[in-house]
Design a protein around this ligand. Structure first.
Ligand code: XUL
Ligand code: CO
Length: 445
């Protein structure tokens, strides 16, 4: 087994598990990659560079299995210490041991995932200062980097009516203090991006809500955060992560199209892109593929939070991805728009409450990484070896004629277009051949 002690503080948490090797699809070894060979080059880039996988600190190190009906089921040994700084260091030791053994290049966190929030802002700032010094050492020793940082503006009771959209100005100020601190933290750790997920930026009832005022406040807040970060030298991208609901009844960042419209209305398009999450897409009654396509078409596909929902229930179950068919559809979008702008794939996914072995964390992430790798390889083969592209292009070939082009480019008026109908006569039916397209994925998997 490979020696990873230099990263593990005094203690190894995942005993008996070494660096996860790539062994190929026929291996008998349980803890091995079957598809994710990080050095394999597909469509001109290594799999490592395509995906830029990240571990989500909150789920992987802090997701203890508690739900509204029961207390935690996972007694993570790194959460045992009572002293907040000791606990945070233990948690970070476990995080870097896990990520090193798994071979992921990035991680993501909310401010208070790293260390428990203090009783006031000053105490919290002191704690974050201490743990981020430790994080810097860990990053340097391992080469693991921060894909994005964010602030938790939804867990504390003060945010029950929202953070940037709270009707109480004092809460907005508190959120600003937390975001300023989280931006400083992200900068200190060389974070490549900064995320805003507005879990409580929405309403529970319109009767007690001035919606326009709240959304204007949200835009103002994002401008202030962006201006501050830029003034401090942050050159990365800001991502908005759309979600339609939960915990609010209605979240203002409902879906990709809504967020793009909001960013355009408030002059934020230049600095912000989207972080699309699978289970948020399905909660909005969209497919994941749809949300990716909307973002990609706007040139705004920044990053992805990977997980999956459960089709039999309506909430955000955040399960690890395993649906090859749907992932291949997603990879077709991603390959055709030349990948993420600045971001990567963050596993915003958690173990089931009754998956209580530490090795389950490995199975979950290995399964997700393998599924993405297999889907990307399949999508690349569809794009390069199958007639897919030509067939899709041919479906629109009538717009490549002189008349079709005149319409597309805006140089044809309505009477001219209408007059063409008389020369064309009744258009023959053209099959959309949906089943042919659907069969392609199984053919190439
Ligand atoms: C919640 C969610 C968040 C964001 C970060 O549904 O996805 O964890 O990713 O705040
Ligand atoms: Co997320």
């Amino acid at each position: 087994m490979e020696n990873t002690n230099y990263l593990c503080g005094d203690r190894e948490y995942f005993t008996g598990i070494g660096k996860i090797p790539f062994e190929g699809r026929d291996t008998d070894r349980e803890l091995a990659f079957r598809w994710y060979d990080e050095n394999r080059v597909v469509a001109g880039k290594s799999l490592k560079d395509h995906f830029r996988f990240a571990v989500a600190y909150w789920h992987t190190l802090g997701g203890t299995g508690a739900d509204p009906f029961g207390r935690p089921t996972m007694n993570f040994p790194w959460l045992a210490a009572a002293d907040p700084l000791q606990q945070a260091k233990d948690k970070m030791d476990a995080a870097f041991e896990f990520m090193t053994k798994l071979g992921v290049p990035f991680y993501c966190f909310h401010d208070y995932d790293l260390i428990e929030e203090g009783a006031d802002l000053t105490t919290s700032a002191r704690r974050l200062e201490a743990i981020s010094d430790y994080a810097l050492e860990k990053q340097q020793a391992s080469g693991i980097k921060l894909l994005w940082g964010t602030a938790n503006l939804f867990s504390h009771p003060r945010y029950m009516n929202g953070a940037a959209t709270n009707p109480d100005f004092r809460v907005v100020a508190h959120a600003a203090a937390q975001v300023q601190q989280a931006i400083d933290l992200t900068l200190k750790l060389g974070g490549e991006n900064y995320v805003f997920w507005g879990g409580r930026e929405g309403y529970m009832s319109l009767l007690n809500t001035q919606m326009k005022r709240e959304t204007d406040h949200l835009a103002r807040f994002l401008h202030l955060a962006k201006d501050y970060a830029r003034s401090q030298g942050f050159t990365g991208t800001f991502f908005i992560e759309p979600k339609p609901m939960e915990p609010t009844k209605h979240q203002y960042d409902f879906d990709a199209a809504t967020v793009i419209g909001f960013l355009r209305e408030h002059d934020l398009l230049a600095d912000f892109k989207l972080n699309i999450e699978v289970n948020h897409a399905t909660l909005a009654q969209h497919t994941f593929q749809h949300e990716l396509q909307v973002a990609a078409d706007a040139g705004m596909l920044g990053s992805m939070d990977a997980n999956r929902g459960d089709y039999q229930n309506g909430w955000d179950t955040d399960q690890f991805p395993n649906n090859l068919y749907e992932l291949t559809e997603a990879m077709l979008v991603i390959l055709q728009c030349n990948g993420f702008q600045g971001g990567g794939i963050n596993f915003d996914a958690k173990l089931r409450r009754n998956s209580t072995d530490l090795s389950d964390l490995f199975y979950a992430h290995i399964g997700g990484m393998d599924a993405f790798a297999r889907a990307l390889i399949t999508a690349d083969r569809i794009l390069s070896d199958s007639p897919y592209r030509e067939k899709l292009q041919a479906r629109y070939a009538s717009f490549d004629t002189a008349q079709g082009q005149a319409f597309e480019s805006g140089s044809m008026d309505l009477p001219t277009l209408a007059a063409l109908a008389h020369t064309f006569g009744e258009p023959p039916l053209q099959s959309g051949q949906q089943e042919w397209y659907e069969n392609l994925i199984n053919r190439y998997l």
